[in-house]
Ligand binder design. Structure first.
Ligand SMILES: NC(=O)c1ccc[n+]([C@@H]2O[C@H](COP(=O)([O-])OP(=O)(O)OC[C@H]3O[C@@H](n4cnc5c(N)ncnc54)[C@H](OP(=O)(O)O)[C@@H]3O)[C@@H](O)[C@H]2O)c1
Length: 310
């Protein structure tokens, strides 16, 4: 019969094995894995479609992917601002940079018509980056129904319905090589901070959607070659997050490089920026009550800070 020490050793191994596995994956993803973004350049030209690309992370990602050899289809809501971004990128090379304009918070879009001008283009990367939520003091019942619906449309429904019309095209493109769809998520989706319930819920929706759509493309028929990823994002300096950069808060440009470096790593949910992964890990270790206390304090301070800047 096994001794008590043997039982304890077995329990220790059972607890430690998943952490060790996670640690090995961590080292692989952030320090050893070579960048594979070139695998999405399987036809010339290969296009990356990025939503919310007129500023912040989306704009930086557009620049980074253009530098890596992609032609671009960019989305924004302000035509003048979008055109300036496209012109700036076009000046650096000869590849195509197209754009389309749509307010992601609005209802009633005809997504098929929106994508019609791009129907013959070989899209191999889609980054659903559009999204945001203001930090406000009001609780849910102090906000209008329309305001709440705007948050859900912008963060969850727009990417979902755009994906729906793109899917047949993406499957066709995947006949010549891998195709990837990324949803830019948020750590808020995992920790549901106070006053950000709808934003957090919308990001959680994207997380569930990415996992299900990924499995959809893998099972019951020959895998289509279209894969889905949900990215965990902590604080990033951007137009809507005008705070100083630090190790935990990269600039949009630095963050875009991290996204490209990890793209297509084979995980369906991960933090592309290493310090955000460490934060995620420590939050999981701390437990919900402690995290909620810290988050409430941090969100309160951030709301005051952004309020002063506005
Ligand atoms: N920055 C962070 O700390 C952070 C943290 C977690 C997650 N994220 C996620 O990262 C993504 C990008 O955020 P960001 O910080 O880069 O934001 P940002 O600097 O404000 O840029 C957002 C982009 O989306 C566009 N956009 C916003 N609302 C839109 C709408 N209703 N219709 C069409 N376009 C719209 C903006 O257009 P305009 O140029 O016209 O404003 C801009 O191009 C979002 O999904 C956000 O939830 C960011």
């Amino acid at each position: 019969m096994a001794s008590l020490t043997e039982y304890l050793a077995l329990v220790a191994v059972a607890f430690l094995a998943p952490q060790l596995y996670r640690f090995i994956n961590f080292i692989w993803l952030y320090f050893l894995r070579p960048c594979t973004v070139h695998e999405y350049l399987h036809t010339s030209p290969s296009y990356a479609l990025i939503t919310g690309a007129s500023d912040g992370i989306g704009k930086a990602l557009a620049q980074e992917l253009y530098d890596r050899g992609f032609s671009l289809i960019l989305h924004g809501r302000n035509e003048e601002k979008m055109r300036k971004v496209c012109d700036q990128i076009r000046r650096q090379g000869s590849r195509n940079v197209h754009y389309f304009i749509a307010d992601a918070s609005a209802e009633g879009h005809d997504f098929a018509k929106m994508m019609e001008p791009f129907k013959d283009l070989h899209i191999t990367l889609v980054v659903h980056n559009v999204g945001s939520s203001e930090l406000r003091w009001e609780k849910t019942d102090g906000l209008s129904e329309e305001y709440l619906l705007d948050i859900v449309r912008r963060n969850a429904l727009f990417p979902m319905l755009l994906t729906r019309v793109l899917l047949p095209k993406l499957r066709a493109a995947a006949k010549s090589g891998p195709v990837l769809v990324q949803f830019i998520g948020s750590q808020a989706g995992d920790i549901s901070p106070p006053r950000l319930g709808l934003y957090a819920g919308s990001k959680s929706f994207l997380k569930a959607l990415a996992r299900s759509l990924d499995t959809d493309e893998l099972v019951w028929e020959t895998p289509s070659g279209v894969r889905f990823e949900y990215l965990l994002v902590g604080q990033v300096q951007s137009n809507s997050m005008q705070i100083s950069t630090s190790i935990g808060t990269p600039s949009s440009e630095r963050f875009a490089k991290a996204i490209v470096a990890r793209m297509g790593c084979g995980w369906r949910k991960y933090a592309p920026y290493m310090p955000h992964a460490v934060m995620q890990w420590s939050m999981e270790a701390m437990g919900e009550n402690v995290v909620d206390m810290f988050t409430a304090q941090a969100i309160g301070e951030l709301t005051k800070k952004l309020e002063k800047k506005a």
